[in-house]
Design a protein around this ligand. Structure first.
Ligand code: HEM
Length: 546
C-alpha cells in the first residue's frame, strides 16, 4: 500500500515537472528561433525566382565572403553558379547584383525609371555628408536631386563645353609644360599621375569656383585630393561593415565614425575656404564666371545654398579620381612594349588629320575627330573600369526580372567591371587592352559606329554620369598633346601593372587608384613641342589669374 502511495506521488511529481521543463524548452527554442530570424533578417525579404548565392551567414550575410574586391568576387560567382543576375545579403541589406554586359544594359536602360533612386548609407550619408549635403551621385531621387542633376547636366553637357576652351587649353598645356620641366625633357623617369590629378581637379575647381592651382604639389590641391580619396574609401561596402551591420555602429571608440568626422571637418574647411575666396573675388570684382559665384551674387539659379555646395562637391569629387585613374592607366598600357605600336599608330593618325602638329594642339580642345585617339579613350574607359561596381542604385517601383518581382526599395548593384570584360559581348580577347577593337579598319583608322552603349564605365540611363562628355574631352585633349610631344616608354625598374583588376592599389575604394609606376618620355620633335608650348602659354597667360 505504502509502495502504491509512493508511486502515485512520484507520478504526480513527474507530471508536474514535465510540462514545466517542456514549456521552458519550447520557450527557449522559440526565443532562439526568433533571435536567429532577427540575425538573418534583411530589409527586403528573399526575392522569389531570383537565385541567391549560397553561404550567407547570420548578421553578415555574404559580406565576409565578398572580401575587399566585391566586383571580382561577384564576377567569379556569376561564372561559378551560372547566373548573371542574383541576390546576395550585405548584412541586413538585400541586394541584386547584375553582371553580364547584356543584363547590365537591360537593367540600366530597360528599367531606367524603376532604378532611378540611390540608397542612403549610414556612414556616408549620416556622418560624412551631414554638413554639405549629398553629392548628386549619392542623392536619393527627389525634387532637389532632379534640380541638381539638371544644373550639373547644363554645366557639363556638350553645348557647354565650348565655353571651357580656354580652360582645356591652359590645363592641358600645364601637363606638358611640367612633364617637360620635371623630366628634364625626357632625361628623368617620372610618375604621370600627379600631373593628371592637378589637370582633373583644376578643371572642376575652375567650373565651380573660378579657382585653379598652378603647382602640382600645391598644399590645398593635395589636401583636396587626399581627403577626397579617403572619403571614397569610406563609401565602399567592404570598408564600411557598419552600414550593413547596425550593431557595429555602437562599438565603443568606433574608429569609422571618428575618421568620418575628421574627414568631414577637413572637407568643410577647404570647401569654406574656396567659397571665401570666391566671396573675396566678388568683392574685388575679380571673380570668374562659375557656379558658386552665380549663386553668391544671387543670380537666377533656383538653387539653395546647400544645393550649390552639393553640385560643387559632386563636380569636384566626380572628376578628380576617375579621370586620373583612367588616363594614367591608359598611359601605362601605351607605355608597354606592345603599346609602342599603338602609340605609333596614334601619332600617325594625329599627323593624318593635322600634318602641322600646331593645329592638333589648337583643335584638340574643341573637337574630337582623330579615330585612333577616340579608340584609345573608349578602350581605357572599358578596360580600366575605375568605378568597378558603378554607383549603387535603388528601385522605386517593382522590377519584373524574367518573372521574378524585385520589390521597391531594393539595392541594385551594377558590376561594371564584369560587364566590361564579358567575353560573350566583347569577344574572347575581352580581358585584353586593345584600342583597335573600336576600329572597323586600320588603314586608315576608321571608328566602328557604336549604337547605344559602348561600355558600362559611365553607367547608363536615368542616373548616367553627368560628366561623361567633359571627361572624354579632357582625356582627348591631354592624349593628343602628350602623344604628339613624346613617345612614352615604361620604366624598367617601375613598370606599370596593366592587369584590369590588379592595377588598382585599393580594391575596396569606390574609385580605383592605380599603382604607381614610372615612364620615360622620349621627345618626338623638341623644337615643335617648344613652339606649341610657347603658343599655348601666350594664349593662356591671362586666364584664371587672381
Ligand atoms: C573617366 C571619368 C568618369 C567616370 C568613369 C565616371 C563614372 C561615373 C559612374 C559609373 C557614375 C554612376 C552612373 C550610374 O549610376 O549609372 C557617375 C555618376 C556621376 N558622375 Fe561621373 N565619371 C567620370 C567623370 C565625371 C566627371 C569629370 C564629372 C563632373 C565633372 C562627373 C560627374 C558625375 C555626376 C554628377 C554623377 C551623378 C549622376 C547621378 O547620380 O544622377 N563624372 N560617374
Amino acid at each position: 500500500m505504502a509502495d502504491a502511495i509512493k508511486i502515485d506521488a512520484d507520478l504526480a511529481a513527474y507530471l508536474n515537472v514535465v510540462p514545466k521543463t517542456y514549456s521552458l524548452s519550447v520557450f527557449a527554442a522559440l526565443v532562439g528561433y526568433l533571435i536567429y530570424k532577427w540575425l538573418v533578417a534583411t530589409d527586403i525579404p528573399h526575392i522569389k525566382g531570383l537565385p541567391e548565392i549560397p553561404g550567407a551567414i547570420p548578421v553578415f550575410g555574404h559580406l565576409l565572403k565578398l572580401g575587399e574586391d566585391h566586383a571580382t568576387v561577384c564576377e567569379r560567382w556569376w561564372r561559378q553558379y551560372g547566373h548573371s543576375v542574383y541576390q546576395i545579403k550585405l548584412g541586413n541589406t538585400r541586394a541584386v547584383v547584375v553582371n553580364s554586359f547584356e543584363d547590365c544594359r537591360k537593367m540600366l536602360l530597360g528599367h531606367q525609371n524603376a532604378i532611378i533612386d540611390r540608397p542612403k548609407l549610414y556612414t556616408f550619408h549620416g556622418i560624412i555628408s551631414s554638413t554639405q549635403g549629398f553629392t548628386i551621385g549619392s542623392s536619393p531621387w527627389d525634387d532637389s536631386c532632379k534640380k541638381k542633376r539638371k544644373a550639373a547636366g547644363t554645366a557639363l553637357g556638350r553645348p557647354a563645353l565650348r565655353n571651357y576652351n580656354n580652360m582645356f587649353d591652359l590645363e592641358s598645356y600645364c601637363i606638358v609644360r611640367d612633364l617637360k620641366r620635371d623630366s628634364k625633357n625626357g632625361q628623368l623617369e617620372l610618375n604621370v599621375r600627379p600631373f593628371i590629378q592637378r589637370y582633373a581637379l583644376n578643371t572642376t575647381l575652375t567650373l565651380c569656383y573660378g579657382i585653379r592651382m598652378d603647382e602640382v604639389y600645391d598644399e590645398l590641391l593635395r589636401e583636396i585630393l587626399y581627403v577626397g580619396s579617403a572619403i571614397s574609401l569610406l563609401r565602399s561596402a567592404s570598408e564600411n561593415l557598419q552600414d550593413y551591420v547596425p550593431l557595429l555602429r555602437y562599438m565603443p571608440n568606433n574608429e569609422k565614425n571618428i575618421r568620418s568626422k575628421e574627414l568631414r571637418e577637413r572637407r568643410d574647411a577647404y570647401l569654406n575656404l574656396l567659397l571665401d575666396k570666391v566671396r573675396a573675388m566678388i568683392k574685388k570684382g575679380t571673380d570668374k564666371p562659375c557656379i558658386s559665384a552665380a549663386i553668391l551674387k544671387d543670380e537666377e539659379t533656383k538653387l539653395t545654398g546647400v544645393e550649390v555646395s552639393s553640385i560643387c562637391l559632386s563636380l569636384v569629387s566626380g572628376g578628380f579620381e576617375t579621370i586620373p585613374g583612367t588616363l594614367t592607366s591608359a598611359i601605362g598600357s601605351l607605355a608597354t612594349p606592345e603599346g609602342q605600336e599603338w602609340q605609333d599608330r596614334a601619332y600617325a593618325d594625329i599627323k593624318r588629320f593635322y600634318p602641322d602638329v600646331r593645329d592638333a594642339w589648337t583643335d584638340c580642345i574643341h573637337e574630337e575627330k582623330i579615330p585612333y585617339i577616340n579608340a584609345i579613350i573608349k578602350e581605357a574607359g572599358r578596360y580600366y573600369t575605375v568605378s568597378a561596381m558603378s554607383l549603387p542604385r535603388k528601385t522605386v517601383t517593382e522590377v519584373n526580372w524574367n518573372g521574378a518581382i524585385i520589390p521597391p526599395k531594393t539595392m541594385i548593384l551594377i558590376n561594371a567591371q564584369a560587364g566590361n570584360h564579358d567575353i560573350d559581348h566583347f569577344g574572347p580577347d575581352g580581358n585584353k587592352f586593345n584600342p583597335e577593337r573600336w576600329l572597323k579598319s586600320l588603314n586608315p583608322p576608321t571608328e566602328k559606329e557604336t549604337t547605344g552603349l559602348p561600355h558600362l564605365s559611365f553607367g547608363a540611363g536615368s542616373r548616367a554620369c553627368s560628366g561623361q562628355f567633359i571627361a572624354s574631352r579632357l582625356l582627348y585633349a591631354a592624349l593628343v598633346r602628350i602623344l604628339s610631344s613624346y613617345k612614352i616608354v615604361a620604366s624598367e625598374d617601375n613598370p606599370p601593372n596593366t592587369d584590369y583588376v590588379d592595377y588598382n592599389q585599393f580594391k575596396s575604394a569606390l574609385v580605383a587608384i592605380p599603382r604607381d609606376f614610372k615612364v620615360k618620355l622620349v621627345p618626338r620633335d623638341e623644337a615643335m613641342t617648344t613652339e606649341c608650348l610657347g603658343a599655348a602659354e601666350a594664349r593662356t597667360k591671362d586666364h584664371y589669374k587672381e
